[in-house]
Design a protein around this ligand. Structure first.
Ligand code: IPE
Ligand code: IPE
Ligand code: MG
Length: 238
């Protein structure tokens, strides 16, 4: 880690926090126990990213497809989110900017108020910008962008010939943020699962097969950064 020069560090890391259910199952525990441990790991890894000077991290916490899970599992995940929000003040003090991406309108007013409170409280922080993706789907994000853009075009505020990549980007949840440079996914699955499909167009992928998210630690993150620093990114050039 110490050997990686600053310009070889990713600006924006996406983390697919996967493997909680399998971690719990391996221990004879209910799936939700894995989420509880995973939530603690999330806090540790975010602090580490802030400490080493990463500018943006997006964590995939709950997908638009995860509603297919059982009611108990879903309620535990929502409770963990609510507990995290209750610690809001502490996170603002740690100089981390927190934002929520995804269709949050499905959450109850209590959660929405806590989210707004944390976003406001942390908005003046100058450290890591953390996007927490909840009820997030890359396809749903693009559908939302298409609706907003179409609406502007219908109202005559935008000329159709003026729709380009920057217009689309400015209607995504990640407006004004750089694209994802590095995606880290533990647990052995080698897929995006609808995570940031636009923003990851030129990302590097580090799939870590031998680790489940609840066992993930700072050394794994550092190993992914080292792997990333060795990649040769060409963006289509020769
Ligand atoms: C990731 O862990 C967390 C969420 C999807 C909320 P999983 O719950 O997907 O764990 P596995 O993949 O079943 O082991
Ligand atoms: C992706 O993991 C979503 C999160 C980590 C929140 P999943 O476990 O839901 O993805 P699949 O079903 O294995 O593709
Ligand atoms: Mg999974």
């Amino acid at each position: 880690m110490e050997n990686i020069s600053k310009n070889k560090l990713p600006k924006h890391i996406g983390i697919i926090m996967d493997g909680n259910g399998r971690w719990a199952k391996k221990r004879g525990m209910p799936r939700y126990a894995g989420h509880t441990k995973g939530a603690r790991v999330f806090r540790k890894i975010i602090r580490h990213c802030n400490k080493i000077g990463i500018q943006y991290v997006t964590v995939f916490a709950f997908s638009t497809e995860n509603w297919k899970r059982g009611p108990k599992e879903i309620s535990v995940i929502l409770k963990l989110l609510s507990d995290y929000l209750d610690e809001a003040e502490k996170y603002a003090k740690e100089n981390i900017v927190t934002r929520f991406i995804g269709d949050c309108s499905v959450f109850g007013q209590k959660i929405l108020d806590k989210m707004a409170h944390l976003e406001k409280l942390s908005s003046t922080s100058t450290g890591l910008i953390l996007n927490i993706a909840v009820n997030y789907g890359g396809r749903a994000e693009l559908v939302n962008a298409v609706r907003l853009i179409t609406d502007s075009a219908v109202k005559g505020e935008l000329d159709v010939s003026g729709i380009d990549e920057s217009v689309i980007e400015s209607h995504l949840y990640t407006v004004d943020q750089p694209p994802v440079d590095l995606v880290i996914r533990p647990s052995g699955e080698h897929r995006l699962s609808n995570f940031m499909i636009w923003q990851c167009a030129y990302a590097e992928y580090v799939f870590m097969d031998d680790i489940l998210w609840p066992d993930f630690n700072e050394n794994h993150l550092n190993a992914a950064l080292e792997e990333y620093s060795r990649r040769n990114r060409r963006f289509g050039a020769e």
